[in-house]
Design a protein around this ligand. Structure first.
Ligand SMILES: Cc1ncc(COP(=O)(O)O)c(C=O)c1O
Length: 433
């Protein structure tokens, strides 16, 4: 077993075991109560009702065991309830639970900021602002970019997902349902295609559409997540950065999904040699506790006391969990993501050659996407949805992304044996379609 992988999973079986067709009676009862009381805006593809988890393995309330390749949407980076993360949380909880960093000081927050800044591929001195979520990190970046440049125009990309609060939603352009009936949005946001040649962005947007001197920021996901797990061309990202530098536009990397070790490096930007002015992160940062961080060039994060703050952002318990997370990522989990991620891609490639319903896999580390295809070889949302659903009955939790892709964003403790099971399950599902 790779050093640092959840040691308690040694005692637990690593593979799925379905004892009763899910959702079983206990799960159905929770689902029924959920449907009666919870907001109907949540999107549930199948009826998994969680009881507990360990590493990449999760149990439902009826005693079924599943392999979790979704990790709470790329969040449980160190695996479910990693003992070292749990211990860090317990130990901090015994000291104190909260003491707003807005008004007071505590070392665990400073330590985490120092660790994140040391990893961030931003040249020169850096500063850090803590939030509670991805959307909050984006809101912070929007305000910071406006404050620093005194401009308000922003560029984002079709297919991008930046969150659902009103500022972040103004940048999001993934699915229509996410924006429908919520306008008007922030003014000054222009969307173009992801990987649209920078020459044409410069010609058509920067020079024609946007008022000169009023352009605050370009928001880009270094790997597009919700939009389909798309790894862009390295040169495209570098050209975008170059355009930003030439016009004094801030480059904001939304690393909420692709950051914190998921791609095998702490920040996905590092794969491309990207040096953003601002990096937004959240999701995997604290292994499941709500936390986000915005890391920026110190001369960009130069606002005054009172201009931005958050009661809960950088909560000490979440910061302690994040410090343990960063330790584990550095010690072994980024290396494991690289190694097991390449293995998963390789196995998916082989499988795609055998079955007709899968396209070419793509991704970095353990951020991997693959298209579902219909009988004529065209990308198909229906086939994707069916595969995702049938994998649940095989005991594997996966999610879709984009219009017709399947995403694999497991805990970074995933093991080869679990990849092998996934491939066999996927083969059975593809052959059953
Ligand atoms: C790239 C990206 N940015 C921002 C967000 C929003 O994060 P949150 O749901 O924590 O607000 C997400 C969530 O999926 C995301 O993938």
């Amino acid at each position: 077993m790779t050093k640092g992988l959840a040691s308690n999973s040694a005692q637990a079986a690593l593979l799925p075991e379905i004892k009763i067709t899910p959702p079983g009676p206990k799960a159905r009862s929770v689902i029924e109560r959920d449907h009666a009381i919870m907001s109907p805006s949540y999107t549930r593809d199948y009826g998994f009702v969680m009881e507990r988890g360990e590493g990449c393995v999760v149990w439902d309330v009826d005693g079924n065991r599943f392999l979790d390749l979704a990790a709470g949407i790329a969040v449980c980076s160190t695996g479910h309830s990693h003992p070292r993360v749990v211990e860090a949380i317990r130990s901090q909880a015994e000291q104190f639970l909260h003491m707003s960093g807005t008004d007071f000081y505590y070392e665990v927050q400073v330590k985490l900021a120092e660790r994140l800044a040391a990893h961030a591929p931003i040249p020169g001195p850096k500063r850090v602002f803590f939030t509670n979520s991805g959307a909050e990190s984006i809101e912070c970046a929007i305000k910071l970019a406006r404050h620093h440049t005194r401009g308000h125009q922003m560029l984002a990309f079709y297919g991008s997902f930046h969150g659902r609060t009103m500022g972040a939603l103004s940048l999001t352009a993934s699915k229509n349902i996410q924006r429908r009936n919520f306008g008007p949005f922030l003014s000054g946001v222009v969307h173009v295609n992801y990987q649209q040649p920078v020459e044409s962005i410069e010609r058509d947007v920067v020079k024609r559409v946007v008022d000169e001197g009023n352009f605050a920021a370009v928001f880009v996901e270094p790997i597009q997540g919700e939009g389909g797990y798309i790894v862009p061309d390295r040169q495209w990202l570098l050209d975008l950065q170059d355009m930003c530098r030439r016009y004094g536009i801030l480059l904001v990397a939304d690393e909420v999904q692709c950051g914190m070790g998921r791609t095998g490096k702490m920040f996905a930007s590092e794969h491309f040699g990207l040096e953003p002015d601002i990096i937004c992160t959240a999701k995997g940062i604290a292994s499941g506790l709500p936390l986000g961080a915005v890391i920026a060039r110190a001369d960009v994060m130069n606002w005054q006391p009172g201009q931005h703050a958050s009661t809960f952002g950088g909560n000490p318990v979440a910061c302690a969990a994040a410090l343990a997370t960063v330790d584990l990522l550095e010690e072994s989990l980024m290396a494991n993501a690289t190694e097991v991620g390449s293995y998963l891609i390789e196995r998916l490639k082989q499988l795609a050659q055998e079955v007709g319903c899968l396209g070419n896999p793509r991704g970095l580390g353990l951020m991997i996407g693959i298209d579902a295809l219909d009988a004529t070889g065209r990308p198909s949302p229906e086939v994707r949805n069916e595969i995702v659903k049938r994998m649940f009955f095989e005991g594997v939790l996966i999610l879709g992304c984009g219009a017709h892709s399947i995403r694999f964003c497991p805990p970074l403790v995933l093991q080869r044996e679990q990849v092998d099971y996934t491939i066999e399950a996927l083969r059975r599902v593809c052959q059953s379609l």
